[in-house]
Design a protein around this ligand. Structure first.
Ligand SMILES: [Zn+2]
Length: 154
């Protein structure tokens, strides 16, 4: 029986790799991964808004899109480097993903309350790598970040 907490760390590591990949591409450094109960990563994704011009291309939504057609959503763990926004939480709720592992929620608090209310198990790991990645990005590109979360131009 695999150690659940160790698998959660591995899922978050896969998400973090995706966030770094996006940063290397000049994009928003948020990454996501889906893991099955055996501990295999079945899909990966990162934010693509800068790369593709698609404002809905958030990491978790891209990851769920990359997972393709399947019937095992109810067994999967969704990991994200950052607390999932309303849209991405919606995609997780729609597919009845039962477990959401979050790198951090200090730079942005998404709709964890809603995920919990819908019965998902939500784990916030407070990963310092994820916190510093977002802090550095927001400090360097405040406009790009505000655009990502729908804050009007000031
Ligand atoms: Zn999102």
């Amino acid at each position: 029986m695999p150690d659940r907490a160790a698998l959660d760390r591995l899922a978050l590591d896969a998400a973090y790799e995706q966030a770094i990949k996006s940063r290397r591409e000049g994009g928003i450094p948020i990454g996501s991964a889906l893991m099955n109960p055996a501990g295999e990563i079945v899909a990966r994704g990162h934010n693509l808004r800068v790369q593709s011009g698609d404002p809905t291309a958030h990491a978790e939504t891209v990851c769920i899109r990359n997972a393709g057609r399947r019937r095992d959503w109810h067994t999967l763990t969704l990991a994200s480097t950052l607390s999932p926004c309303a849209m991405c939480s919606g995609a997780a709720v729609l597919h009845r993903i039962p477990r959401v592992v979050i790198g951090e929620n200090t730079t942005f608090l998404g709709r964890e309350d809603w995920l919990r209310a819908e019965g998902a198990q939500v784990l916030v790991l407070n990963d310092p790598r994820c916190v510093s990645l977002m802090r550095e990005f927001i400090a360097a590109h405040p406009d790009l970040w505000n655009e990502d979360i729908g804050v009007p131009e000031s």
